[in-house]
Design a protein around this ligand. Structure first.
Ligand SMILES: NC(=O)c1ccc[n+]([C@@H]2O[C@H](COP(=O)([O-])OP(=O)(O)OC[C@H]3O[C@@H](n4cnc5c(N)ncnc54)[C@H](OP(=O)(O)O)[C@@H]3O)[C@@H](O)[C@H]2O)c1
Length: 341
């Protein structure tokens, strides 16, 4: 329960020094992702307390120093997106990052704060489309997928990129206002899971559009329901647990007689599918190019709308947003470090 989490903002932290191959980044903005706060309530080995951590996975900022080395030196002065800080998480004013594996220089014209979510969600969208293409066996015009919690930041990116890449997308949302958000950015197929008969609508749409792949962010009872609706031979990928629950209701007959597959999807597994070699570098470079192309255009596929906060009021705003009467759709929480509190 997030209510039990204790958040402390430290003000007496020395600016860290980068070692060779590392850079020091002054952070401009960091998004608050479900995968960030998903681990705040992970119990310690003893099970009695939560594991203390400096929160955050990704963000954007300006490289202000190098610890030496060709790649790190060339980054100084650049606006960058970053992942995996070495001195804790991304919710800090200064982070140290490995110049080779964690820093992504932004294209000319991309505002630093607009690139806060440059990695986790857009690269996952690239991973979905790549996975779908590799699995697809029928005619190319029938390539498509179903996506749940589809009005999420990731879902809105997927709507825009799928359209650019001629991929059919069925969006499952839970409220009408989410359907409106998606229609406004060009979504063609939308099913509202709070309406009576939504299961029949989704089953019919998948059949008519010859779609047999689902990416599900919800888990819980949704897992069994979706697997049941999936055409025989199809695949359900679980990639999130927004319901907060285990994957329930999976039927033996769906997996056996109906030959449906139930798999997990994780961004890092997709990125490192071929190990640490050249193929992985090429995969990352291709995704980076695509993400930055999207960030360079107003309303490009990888750009987002945010709700800004600062480090002092972030947790309060997060708790407010997570109330059942609130909505996070179209308001990804973004911590700004470049503005006065
Ligand atoms: N596996 C991976 O590698 C990977 C990578 C990236 C992201 N993810 C996952 O992708 C998901 C989306 O991330 P995001 O950053 O795009 O999220 P986000 O912008 O915070 O949006 C979350 C969306 O999900 C909706 N939602 C929340 N709980 C729900 C529930 N129980 N049932 C249906 N809808 C629900 C929210 O609706 P309201 O408007 O009602 O709040 C909102 O539209 C998360 O689960 C995240 O962990 C996984």
């Amino acid at each position: 329960d997030l209510q039990e989490v204790k958040v402390e903002v430290k003000t007496d932290v020395a600016v860290p020094k980068p070692k060779s191959g590392e850079v020091l980044i002054r952070v401009v903005a960091a998004p608050v992702n479900p995968s960030d706060f998903g681990v705040w309530t992970r119990p310690s080995a003893s099970g009695n307390e939560y594991v203390p951590m400096v929160a955050g996975t990704e963000g954007s900022g300006i490289v202000i120093a190098s610890g030496g080395g060709f790649v790190a030196n060339r980054m100084v002065g650049k606006n960058v997106g970053f992942v995996k800080p070495k001195n804790g998480g991304s919710y800090q004013q200064y982070v140290i990052v490995d110049a080779m594996t964690g820093v992504f220089p932004l294209s000319e014209g991309v505002k630093c704060e607009d690139a806060a979510s440059h990695f986790v969600n857009p690269y996952t969208v690239c991973g979905f489309i790549d996975t779908l293409r590799k699995r697809h066996t029928g005619p190319l015009e029938n390539i498509g997928l179903v996506h749940t919690a589809a009005a999420s930041q990731l879902g809105q990116m997927l709507v825009k990129l799928a359209k650019e890449e001629n991929i059919t997308l069925i969006n499952v949302v839970r409220r009408e206002d989410q359907a409106t958000v998606l229609k406004d950015i060009g979504a063609a197929y939308i099913v509202n899971s709070s309406e009576d008969g939504w299961e029949t609508s989704l089953r019919t749409m998948m059949k008519d559009l010859k779609i047999n792949v689902i990416f599900d962010a919800i888990s819980g009872d949704m897992s069994g329901t979706l697997l049941n609706l999936l055409p025989n031979g199809g695949t359900l990928f679980a990639y999130g647990k927004l319901s907060g629950s285990t994957c329930n209701g999976i039927q033996f007959t769906d997996l056996s007689y109906k030959n449906k597959k139930f798999e997990g999807f994780l961004l890092t597994n997709w990125l490192l599918e071929h190990g640490q070699g050249l193929q992985t570098m090429q995969r990352i470079n291709a995704a980076t190019k695509k993400v930055h192309r999207g960030l360079s255009k107003p309303d490009g596929w990888s750009s987002s709308k945010y709700q800004d906060c600062n480090i002092d009021n972030m947790f309060e705003m997060l708790l407010e947003n997570m109330k059942s009467t609130s909505s996070v759709t179209g308001r990804k929480l973004r911590i700004r470090f470049d503005q006065e509190n």
